[in-house]
Write a protein that binds this ligand. Structure first.
Ligand code: ADP
Ligand code: ZN
Ligand code: ZN
Length: 750
């Protein structure tokens, strides 16, 4: 800004006449206001929250620039309503939000809004530092039988009865209880909720470790000493270690060193990975407080966690994707566990990738960053191979058994029961006989992926999407997994009236049913989104499974990733083929990662494991390479293919998506954008390719039509420039009937 007021010399800057404010709207610009009221002690600065009149509402915005002049005449400038902060939000945090907005071509106001905890968005003061304590109203309630039909609430009452002064929410949730139970007790007036301020002495001091670190094996020790070399600078490392090789132990000892320097550690884990066991591993090791940021927190708890990180009170912060926006007073390291996991990318609104932001942030803050995975993303692998990340390998498991090899099992021409063929069923029987647990992995919930008429070939399809309806039996209905549309299960074919309707293929419910019939004396646990809608249900199932009785676990990827299931000796993959021939360029990478992660559940403790992978394509060269030579071999081959095809990580992509209720509206908008972009690019079309428009792989979803346009460039800067231009063009040209978005570094092209 030419007229920005940075005063020369050391004189205090004059009071600005204009505040440029980021406002939570999709518009990619700042808004000018006049300051009003008392200026803060340090003067007006970027990072102060203010309340402003905006249209007919009042919004909370953040001052981004202080200036002397506006392009608007003074008469049109409104004063702010109220200044909310004395101290600005942290500068590094503002930088990260600005970087995010710029990189993902998103509105800054919206980005800041996204990155703030709810109460701060709503204008609450920064220092909330309040927590909730739950107290039983009458200790003798424990004996009451009003709760006979709510066993979990009853257990919670018994737990609370042991704590005369009540328990704080996080202590209760750490025991596996949720909001639902607390609310239930509150509704029955059995407990009282007390909000109390946190005291300043809440911090921690004294001995760091609560339990001794494990003696490292040679590879772990090599990795750790490499990490020790880069503690005081930006030092990007990839910890590439087979499943169960002790990556977490390396994280713990790295964090120990960082905390020893009085600094903080931020640990990002996938959505599925922030389990009570993960947390308890960190909490058991360190005497220092470990703050967890997850979706189960109340707004106040989230604010307090944020504040604990910002003030430095919390030395260790563990969270999912959005935790990347947690400010740190003394940043010391960022760790991204399972860095390949798709849940680090937000798939709507602000489409950021937390791993990539973590890299930018570590660079800016001058701290080491450790990406860990058994199956690194091709992006990270390419960086490591190019020498830009330090490549640390763990090839051995501390336990006696190496990860099991994948054994491919030919499905062709074999009769199936619940998706399983006779030799696999025999292998399951043997594993159970040897007192093991068996994990049957099937990435489809429901009973069957579709319902078909054997007379006329009719197949149940969603009325609103280009997709089939999944048959569910518990309760019986047809469900579209893309739009959640439901219909009752028909008794007769809607097309020809025949009663010969049959399920096609198997989902988790069907495998569960088959296994329960085949093995009537063995418990079968089904773990998918349907069976674990309540969080406690999932924790209860896991507790049951960890007791180690021989049992059958049927589950989707919910079960296949991250969980330590020490008693599993056999893993069965019902069908490995979905990702092999999918059109999406990342499908193979993702399904290879998933297969290896699933396989890694087998034989993690003292017994060797087996992994049987059913497939219709036992000769598929990719699958063979994965089975015979492992993930790394396949990954390096995929990298070569990506290079030849001009795909990430060798080129950078941005995907513009257009959607409308009328097909031609979406198509015309995409065509207009494509034409405009090609014209603007002119001769630069050798540097930035503009491809499409093409219909999305599933063109109709929820009655809306989806069309896409892609930009592809070898240089990030060129992609960036073209993306910024395209966003500006779409903002000004798009019709109200069309919704559009731009996805930088898209994870899928659907
Ligand atoms: P990863 O994170 O690589 O999947 P974990 O850190 O969960 O692996 O380690 C797998 C198992 O090995 C855990 O039970 C862990 O306690 C154990 N382990 C890790 N490092 C060592 C070591 N140096 N000595 C003995 N056991 C170890
Ligand atoms: Zn029919
Ligand atoms: Zn649908």
């Amino acid at each position: 800004m030419a007229d920005s007021s940075t005063a020369p010399g050391n004189a205090a800057p004059p009071a600005p006449r204009i505040l440029r404010i980021a406002v939570p709207t999709p518009l990619r610009r700042l808004f000018d206001y006049r300051p009003a009221g008392q200026p803060p002690v340090g003067g007006w600065r970027p990072g102060l929250r203010v309340k402003i009149p905006f249209g007919r509402r009042y919004l909370v915005g953040i001052v981004m620039e202080c200036a002397m002049q506006s392009e608007l005449p003074a008469s049109q400038l409104k004063p702010i309503t109220e200044r909310l902060d004395d101290e600005p939000l942290p500068a590094d945090w503002l930088w990260l939000c600005q970087f995010t907005a710029r990189y993902y071509q998103h509105s800054l106001g919206d980005t800041l809004h996204h990155a703030l905890p709810g109460p701060l968005r709503q204008g609450r003061p920064l220092e909330a530092r309040i927590r909730e304590r739950w107290q039983l109203n009458h200790p003798e309630t424990a004996a009451l039988d009003v709760l006979s039909r709510a066993p979990r609430q009853r257990e919670l009452v018994q737990l609370l009865a042991q704590h005369r002064h009540g328990m704080i929410t996080s202590a209760i949730t750490a025991q596996g209880y949720g909001r639902a139970q607390l609310q239930g007790l509150l509704d029955k007036s059995l407990v009282t909720r007390v909000s109390e301020p946190l005291t300043a002495s809440e911090g921690w001091s004294g001995a760091l470790l609560a339990e001794p670190a494990l003696p490292l094996n040679r590879e772990q020790a090599t990795a750790l000493s490499a990490l020790h070399e880069g503690l005081d600078r930006f030092h990007p490392c990839l910890l590439h270690g087979v499943t169960g090789s002790g990556k977490t132990e390396v994280y713990l000892q790295l964090i120990e060193a960082v905390l020893g320097q009085g600094r903080q550690a931020l640990v990002l884990v996938p959505e599925i990975g922030l389990t009570p066991q993960t947390l308890s591993r960190f909490r058991k090791r360190f005497r220092a407080p470990v703050v967890a940021l997850h979706s189960g927190l109340t707004d106040l708890e989230r604010l307090d966690a944020w504040e604990a990180a910002r003030s430095g009170r919390a030395p260790i912060i563990i969270g999912t994707r959005s935790a990347i926006f947690t400010p740190l007073a003394r940043p010391g390291v960022i760790i991204v566990d399972e860095e390949h996991d798709g849940s680090f990318k937000q798939q709507d609104g602000l489409r950021y990738h937390a791993r990539d932001l973590a890299m930018a942030r570590a660079h800016r803050e001058g701290v080491p960053i450790l990406l860990g995975s058994a199956t690194p993303s091709l992006e990270s692998l390419a960086q490591a191979r190019g020498g830009r990340y330090r490549h640390l390998r763990l090839t051995q498991r501390p336990s006696r058994h190496a990860p099991a090899k994948l054994e491919l099992v030919d499905l062709r021409g074999r009769p199936r029961q619940g998706g399983l063929i006779p030799p696999v069923i025999d292998a399951i029987r043997q594993a159970l006989k040897a007192e093991g647990q068996v994990l049957v992995f099937i990435n489809r919930r429901g009973f069957s992926p579709s319902l078909a008429c054997h007379q006329c070939g009719w197949i149940a399809e969603c009325r609103h999407c280009d997709s089939r309806m999944t048959l569910h039996r518990q309760p019986p209905r047809l469900v579209c997994h893309h739009c959640e549309h439901q219909t009752p299960q028909p008794d007769a074919c809607p097309s020809c009236g025949s009663a010969d309707l049959r399920p096609l293929g198997a989902g988790t419910e069907r495998s569960e049913e088959t296994l329960a019939t085949l093995f009537p004396d063995t418990p079968v646990y089904r773990i998918d989104r349907d069976s674990t809608r309540r969080k406690e249900a999932f924790d209860q199932l896991l507790t049951e499974i960890r007791r180690g009785e021989p049992s059958l676990l049927v589950g989707t990827q919910m079960l296949a990733k991250g969980h330590h299931l020490p008693h599993v000796t056999l893993v069965v993959v019902v069908n490995a083929d979905a990702g092999l021939y999918a059109s999406d360029f990342r499908a193979l990478e993702q399904s290879a990662q998933l297969l290896v992660q699933v396989a890694g559940r087998s034989g993690r403790a003292d017994r060797a494991g087996r992994v049987l992978v059913q497939t219709l394509h036992p000769d598929d060269p990719n699958l063979r390479l994965l089975a015979d030579s492992g993930y790394d071999a396949l990954a390096y081959q995929m990298l070569e293919e990506r290079r030849l095809a001009g795909l990430p990580p060798y080129r950078y992509l941005a995907l513009a998506r257009f959607e409308a209720t009328r097909e031609e509206d979406a198509r015309q908008a995409a065509e207009a954008a494509g034409d405009a972009a090609r014209q603007w690019l002119g001769e630069r079309q050798s540097a930035v390719h503009c491809l499409g428009p093409v219909p999305a792989p599933m063109e109709r979803r929820q009655n809306r039509y989806h069309v896409q346009l892609m930009l592809s460039a070898e240089k990030r800067s060129a992609l960036h420039e073209a993306s910024a231009w395209l966003v500006g063009w779409m903002e000004s040209a798009a019709s109200r009937r069309v919704r559009w978005s731009l996805d930088i570094d898209p994870m899928t092209l659907s």
